[in-house]
Write a protein that binds this ligand. Structure first.
Ligand code: MEV
Length: 418
């Protein structure tokens, strides 16, 4: 078969690059850059593989959670995330640090059934609970060996013609998507054998039974900044927290700050950050309103923050063991169980949130992170990494825009005779 008559996935790696070059007008240098990030693991992991897309990874040292200090690898392209997380971690590091608790973990699968006879279906599920759990377990027998397995099945009416049969599964250290999908499909077959019409069966990403609660506190005196007393800053943070409860527009931004940390850790650990995002944003909706995930209050001489979120993670399966960097990152993070990863992830989100709020209610977000943002602006406007220190010295305390930074780069190059 000639390359032209093949699907993209059927082409060899070289043929793919050639095809892409013709299609898009990429230069040889650009193609070489794609090639230079070729990775054998990536090439078997996904279809139509092209390259490994890289993001910067850095460390947040000493996030203290339940009395243990963690060094956390974060993968992010946003300049201020690691600085903010480190600042938040420091503020919340007194005594045992952030207290975190994750409950019993169950992952749910849904079988959506088309029926107008909900009561009948509900009765069947209640009466046949043991058989249904056995059907689910037989579809994934190895899970029982590790103390896991299908634990409960319930039925919920969605509307007059649709119901959801929900199976709750203890998935051990796995994230559980494959296990639960297999089990949900087995239950779907069972329901079809009982003459029910199944629309679909799939894991639910709601994370209803994968919740973790974190509480962090900081002495109000430690928050004094920019001419504001610690108590003024603490009270402003409590107000900021209240605003995120009453205004969804602000809540989204408040939560984005929390996700800055959580997503970056979840990516570093090779986990599914889309699942984490979906679950967490559902949890942000309380009484039909999207709200801030965390809440901060002044209690005596302390500012205290709490947050309860679902964190659907896995320590085995998926890409966790396949991606070499995810394996190394897990060793750096020094987390051994999913529960521990959930606790640390949520704690990181709370620390990230505190640092953002401190900046917002004092000097504003731009000022504190200016030098970090300037670096990224300079790179985006053609500076080389080697030129960055010179550029920073040149601009001092100014906050240049793209045009000004281009002029600075040109001036530096001219002065070197380039
Ligand atoms: C920026 O990435 C995150 C913040 O906007 C979060 C917040 O406003 O709380 C600073």
């Amino acid at each position: 078969m000639k390359p032209d008559s093949k699907h993209f996935y059927q082409l060899s790696y070289e043929e793919r690059l050639e095809k892409l070059k013709q299609q898009t007008g990429l230069s040889l240098d650009q193609v070489d850059l794609l090639k230079s990030h070729f990775d054998e693991t990536g090439a078997v992991l996904i279809e139509n593989y092209l390259t490994n897309y890289q993001l910067p990874e850095g460390i947040v040292p000493n996030l203290r959670v339940n009395g243990k200090n963690y060094w956390l690898p974060l993968v992010t392209e946003e300049p201020s995330v690691i600085a903010a997380a480190s600042h938040g971690a420091k503020l919340l590091s007194a005594d045992n640090g952030i207290e975190a608790q994750a409950g019993q973990r169950l992952v749910e699968g849904q079988v959506i059934v088309q029926t107008t006879a909900f009561t009948q279906l509900d009765q069947l599920i209640r009466q046949q609970q043991i058989s249904i759990l056995a059907v689910a377990d037989q579809s994934h027998p190895s899970l029982k060996k590790y103390g896991g397995g299908a634990k409960k099945v319930v039925c919920r009416q969605l509307d007059e013609s649709l119901s959801s049969v929900e199976i709750q599964v203890a998935v051990g250290e796995a994230m559980g998507a494959n296990i639960v999908n297999t089990m949900a499909e087995a239950v779907a077959n069972w329901l079809e054998q009982h003459k029910y019409q199944v629309v679909m069966s799939i894991l639910s990403n709601a994370g209803t039974y994968q919740m973790v609660t974190v509480t962090g506190q900081v002495a109000v005196t430690k928050l004094a900044k920019k001419g504001l007393s610690g108590s003024q800053v603490a009270n402003k943070i409590a107000t900021a927290s209240h605003i995120a409860q009453i205004d969804s527009k602000r809540a989204v931004t408040h939560n984005k700050g929390i996700m800055n940390g959580i997503d970056a850790l979840v990516m570093a650990l090779g986990n599914d950050w889309r699942a984490v995002e979906s679950a967490i944003h559902l949890a942000a909706v309380v009484d039909n309103q999207y709200r801030g995930l965390s809440q901060w209050q002044v209690q005596g001489d302390k500012l205290v923050g709490t947050m309860t979120i679902p964190l659907p993670l896995g320590m085995v399966g998926g890409a966790t063991k396949v991606l070499p960097l995810a394996r190394i990152n897990r060793q750096i993070a020094n987390v051994t169980t999913v529960n521990e990863a959930m606790q640390v992830g949520a704690a990181l989100g709370l620390a990230q949130n505190l640092a953002a709020l401190v900046a917002l209610v004092t000097e504003g977000i731009q000022r504190g992170h200016m030098s970090l943002q300037v670096k990224s602006l300079a790179l985006a406007n053609g500076a080389t990494p080697a030129e960055i220190p010179v550029i920073l010295t040149k601009i001092g305390s100014q906050q240049p825009d793209a045009t000004e930074i281009k002029m600075i780069i040109t001036a530096i190059r001219n002065s070197k005779g380039e």
